[in-house]
Ligand binder design. Sequence first.
Ligand code: 8DG
Ligand code: MN
Ligand code: MN
Length: 376
Amino acid sequence: HNDEGEAVVFSVPSFACQRRITLDNHNTIITGALSLLAENAELSEEDGRGVAFRRAAAVLKALPEPVTCMTQLRGLPCLGEHSLRVIKDILENGESNEVESMKQSERYKALKVLTGVFGVGAKTADRWIREGIHTLHQLRDSGHALNRAQQAGVEHYDDLNQPVSMAEADAVGEIVEKAVVSVLPGAQITLTGGFRRGKPSGHDVDFLITHPEEGREEGLMSKVVSWLESQGFLLYHKTSRNSYLESANGPARPASNMDRFERCFSIFKLAKKYHELGKDAGPEETKPAGHKPWRAVRVDLVVSPISQFAFALLGWTGSKLFERELRRWAGQEKAMSLSSHALFDNKQKRYLTATSEEEIFGHLGLEFIPPSERNA
Ligand code: 8DG
Ligand code: MN
Ligand code: MN
C-alpha cells in the first residue's frame, strides 16, 4: 500500500524469461491453484490451456508481495478471463471452487495415479480410464501388457512418487561422477534441472556430461551406462539418440553434429544412509517386513559436445516454462531459433555460437537471469 492507502499496482514484463522468479513465492495459494489447472489441462491433452495457466501462474510468482485485491492486477500480462476468475474466487473465498471440485473428481484422481507411473503419459492414462481403469490394482488386474518402462514404473511406484532430496541428489551425483571419470578421465558433470535452480527437492536428478575436448564425448553415454550397470546402480535405463525434432519450436535447420547428443532416462538404485533406515533398522531379522536398504530414484543423463554445452546447460536447467518462454522470445522478438543445441539467426542465416549462458542471453538481447531466478 502506498501513502494514500491504495494497494500497489504491480508491473511485470510480458515474457517469463525477462523476469527474476526465485523460489520465494508470495502468492502460493493462487499459483498452486493455477498450476493445478495447468496440470489438469496437460493431463487432458489441452496443451494450449495448460500453457495459458502456466503463464498466469508465472506472473503471480513474480510479484514482490501477496495480492490483496483485483485492482492490483490491472495491466498485468498473461492473465486471461479464466485465470482472473480463479484469482478473484481465492481472494474472496480463500479457495477456488473450480480447483477444489477438480481435485475431488474421479477423472483427475485417476489421471494422477496412472500418470504417476513412470512411462505412462496422458494419452495412455486417458485410454485406460475410458476402459474403467482408475487404480493401480485395476491396472494390474486388467492384464494390459506394460512396456519395460511402465513395468519399472509400477514396481517402483512408491519410491518414484516420493520427492528426491538434495542429499539424495548429491549421493547420485557422486556415483555419476565416479562412473564418468572411470570411463573417460577429464570428462565433466554438471547438475542441471530443478536442483541447479536451488530447489530443495525434485522428481528426479538431472545431469549434463561433457568433455573439454570436442569429440572426446562421443560414445560416452553407453560406457557410462555399462559402468553403472556393472556396479548394480541401475534398475532401469533407456538410452536414446537425441532426435533433433524434440520440440515443435526447435530450429528449422539441424546442424551436422547433432547426432552426438545422447540422453538416458534411468532409475537408480540408491543405498539409503544409515540414519534413513529408520529407528528400527537393525539386524536383518529384526527389520520390519518391506523395509529395504535402498530406494529407486529417477535420473536423467545427457551428453553434450563442448561446442553445444552452453545451449544444453541452458536448455536442461529449466524451468520448463522458462525454456518455452526463451524460445518464444527468440522467435517472436528476435527472429531467432533457440534449442538445447544451438541458436540460429533467421535474418543473418547463421548460427550464433556461445561458450556460456551469459553469452546466449546476450545474443537474445536479454538481461542475464541466473538459475536461481529461473523458477517460472
Ligand atoms: P523436477 O525434476 O524437480 O520436478 O523439476 P525440473 O528438474 O525442472 O524438471 P525436469 O522434468 O527434470 O526437466 C528439467 C529440464 O529438462 C527442463 O527444463 C526441460 C528439460 N527437458 C526435459 N525433456 C527434454 C527434452 O526432451 N529435450 C530438451 N531439450 N529438454 C528437455 O525435461
Ligand atoms: Mn528434474
Ligand atoms: Mn528430468
